[in-house]
Structure formats: structure tokens, C-alpha cells
Ligand binder design. Structure first.
Ligand code: HEM
Length: 222
């Protein structure tokens, strides 16, 4: 078949060649599993670019721009959550056992450099955000109490929202693990859901959530 500009631009031949051929699939669900994992890697590259640009906007003082990009990155996590839900719904556990044998020990998404980078990039947003707070001579706690500094407050909300969307993915992923291998079986990297639950309870922006605790200790201000 002649290559169209559309196919050329997408490198369609190349990317599709990385999918197993239909006659190589060990069960129909393997197309879904491999597809979801491949799509996830693409999505992490999109999230990571948005996060890099969020930081750039923050450093240059464009708070609205930073908020908009962070919200877009958060929305992409929802699409990853939907993928976990889709697999939980469709992938039969006995089929996943067959797929696991083919993946082999050590083949865990925990080692995805793009996933790891997404975590590092999100955490690195806090530094330039704190610098912006300093410039305005305000602390997070004071920001939580004030009705001024609209742009900074919108950004703080976007950070809560981003953290939540990542945690939401983690919860969907946990249920996927329960539904495919159970809560006591070791993963391919040797972790159980206990490891995942511990990871799940780690906030990306701990100072933000700490400040909300601080706020709740004191009396409400008008
Ligand atoms: C289909 C069944 C799946 C099972 C049974 C499963 C199981 C696990 C387990 C047990 C871990 C802990 C580390 C290990 O020992 O491997 C893990 C980590 C991870 N999985 Fe999955 N997973 C599945 C699918 C997925 C999918 C579809 C995604 C992405 C959309 C994903 C993303 C991740 C990530 C990002 C980690 C690292 C978590 C962290 O260290 O913070 N997994 N998975």
C-alpha cells in the first residue's frame, strides 16, 4: 500500500511494527494489555512536556500559563486512569497470568523512565512556586487564608487537582492489580500491593497538604 502523508507523519509503519502480530498474541487480551502499556508511555511523554513548560512559565512569572498547563497535565492522568479501568473490566485474570509469563521477571512499569520522570518533574514545580510566593512575601498558609492573589490561588488549586488525578490513577491501578493478580502476589519487580499502597499515600506536593492541616488547626478567618 502506498504511504500517505498521514502515515508518513505518524511513522505509522514503525509504531505499529512494535505491536505483536495477531497470530503472535497468546490471548486476545494481550492486544489490550500491550496496547494500553504502549499508549501509556506516549501519554507520559505528553504529561512530561506539559510539566516542563509549567515550570518554565512559573520561573518567568506567567502564573496563569502555569495553571493552564498543569490542569491539562492533570487531565491526561485521567486518561491513564481510564486505561486501568478498561483493563480491569476487560482483561481476564487467567489470561493475564499467561501474559505475565511472556513478560518475564523484572518487566514492570515501575521501571518506566517516562513514569519516573513525570514524578520528578511534578515535584520540581514546588521550588519555582515557592519562589513566587517569596516574591509576593506570602506563605502558603497565608495564601490559604487570603482572598487576594487570585493567580497564585488558582495555581495552588491546580496543584491539588494534579496531585489528586495522580492519586486517582494509583487507586485505579491498585484495583487493577487486585483484579489481575490479587493483593498478596508479588509483582514482576517483587512488590505487592503493600508497596503500592505506601507509594499511593505519598503526596507530590507535601508542603501544600501540610499547610491545609496547619490552616485547620487555627480559627477560620473572615
Ligand atoms: C494488568 C495488570 C497489571 C498488574 C498486575 C500490575 C501490577 C503492578 C505491581 C505489582 C507493581 C509494583 C511493582 C512490581 O513489583 O512490579 C506495579 C507498578 C506499577 N504499575 Fe502496574 N500493573 C498492571 C498494569 C499497569 C498498567 C496498565 C499501568 C499503566 C497504565 C501500570 C503502571 C504502573 C506503574 C506506573 C507502576 C509503578 C508505581 C510506583 O512505583 O509508583 N501498571 N504494577
Amino acid at each position: 500500500m502506498p504511504e500517505t502523508p498521514y502515515e508518513n507523519y505518524l511513522h505509522a509503519d514503525k509504531i505499529l511494527s512494535y505491536q505483536k502480530k495477531e497470530d503472535e498474541l497468546i490471548c486476545p487480551g494481550e492486544r489490550d494489555f500491550q496496547g494500553v502499556q504502549q499508549e501509556s508511555e506516549f501519554i507520559w511523554t505528553r504529561i512530561n512536556l506539559l510539566l516542563k513548560n509549567t515550570s518554565k512559565n512559573l520561573v518567568s512569572g506567567d502564573l496563569n500559563g502555569a495553571t493552564r498547563l498543569l490542569e491539562q497535565a492533570a487531565a491526561l492522568w485521567s486518561s491513564l486512569t481510564a486505561k486501568c479501568e478498561e483493563l480491569l473490566w476487560r482483561l481476564w485474570p487467567n489470561d493475564f497470568l499467561k501474559i505475565r509469563k511472556v513478560i518475564g521477571t523484572g518487566g514492570s512499569t515501575a521501571d518506566s523512565p517516562r513514569y519516573r520522570e513525570s514524578e520528578r518533574l511534578a515535584q520540581s514545580i514546588w521550588g519555582p512556586f515557592a519562589d513566587q510566593l517569596k516574591k509576593s512575601s506570602i506563605t502558603v498558609l497565608q495564601l490559604l487564608k487570603t482572598e487576594d492573589h487570585d493567580e497564585m490561588r488558582a495555581l495552588l488549586k491546580a496543584m491539588m487537582w494534579y496531585d489528586y488525578r495522580v492519586q486517582e490513577f494509583n487507586i485505579a491501578h491498585l484495583y487493577l492489580v487486585f483484579g489481575e493478580i490479587g493483593d498478596r502476589t508479588l509483582g514482576l519487580k517483587g512488590g505487592t500491593t503493600e508497596y503500592l499502597i505506601k507509594r499511593q499515600s505519598q503526596f507530590l506536593f507535601p508542603e501544600l497538604w501540610d499547610s491545609i492541616n496547619e490552616l485547620s488547626k487555627g480559627p477560620a478567618t473572615k
